[in-house]
Ligand binder design. Sequence first.
Ligand SMILES: [Zn+2]
Ligand SMILES: [Zn+2]
Length: 353
Amino acid sequence: MLSDPAIDLCRRYTGETWAGAKERLGQLPQDSPLIPAAQGDQAFLEAQMLRALLEHPTTYTTRPLRIMRVIPYATRPVIRFAADADPDGLADLIAWGVFSTGGRDDLRGIRGLRIIDAGHGRIDVGLLGSDARLRLEGIPEAAWRDAEARRHQTALRFGEVPPFRYQGPTPGEHAFALEHGWLEEAWKEVSGLGSALLRRLLIFRSGADWLDMAGFTKHVSTYGFRLTFAESHWTDHDTLIEHLTHPVCGLALKEDMRTCACAFGERSCRIWFDGPEQAAGRLDLQLVTDQEDCEIAEYNQALTYAGSPHEEIMRVTGRPSGAAVVCAPGCHGRHGKVAFLRRMNEGRRREHA
Ligand SMILES: [Zn+2]
Ligand SMILES: [Zn+2]
């Protein structure tokens, strides 16, 4: 019998609604893990999605990689994005960051990713030549239409083929496969870990009060997260590691604490994890602090500008959203985050005009 605490626990990892989690968990076969693992091509697609999202710059948002929830169905899971105040930015992230961008030596995006179906506020994507599927939700239709149209125009200009609905590999994807086939093989080997992390992405939010999360990947096999904390909201590593390795919802990661300096009173470190026995790959977790009050206030303003929910901003900065930046004596005074976001938005608007 499914208990309420089990539902609450699971939701910390997936971000599902209470009713949604209750229904999904109620349908799981007996003895199934609360967060089922994907297999084969499905795991590969999910890991590639995580890789693409980590590689696309996504900061100044209280949602990890702009994701609100991941509903971890064994097949065709759902990723719900938050458009917040910038739906065009989200559509750009999907159109340019997730779909392949074409060239022979271009590592960005997911080769063979195609739109299978699209409806109100959702895009169903799949991998060519497989049954692997993902549903992407929360991307406003108008923003998506626009982003897709701009990619078509760019492709025309450079004599390329936009991948979205193309039958078979695009010439760019084909050339990439010939040149870098080994890379895809290496990505496949670590796809179990990538998929498992994507299915638990929200624990990075509910388990740690960071100001900002940046993603990266390294050496084909490593998924990286860099968390920046306000000094007053530092989340102890052990707490986060406990969540990540939780016996019911977590992963059997093996930690390597040699690069952690926290025992010496430092608050900036890096912890490596090896994937569980059955899942090769590594997780590179970096935790740093921002100590100046005015820098934290600046994050607060950037998050407010980007439309993060007020309660989240309060939770991670300790101040109501939009709080003023008052520089400490001796501060360099270069606070350009909001101006940077504004320039990006203006640039995007000009492109749309
Ligand atoms: Zn440490
Ligand atoms: Zn300052």
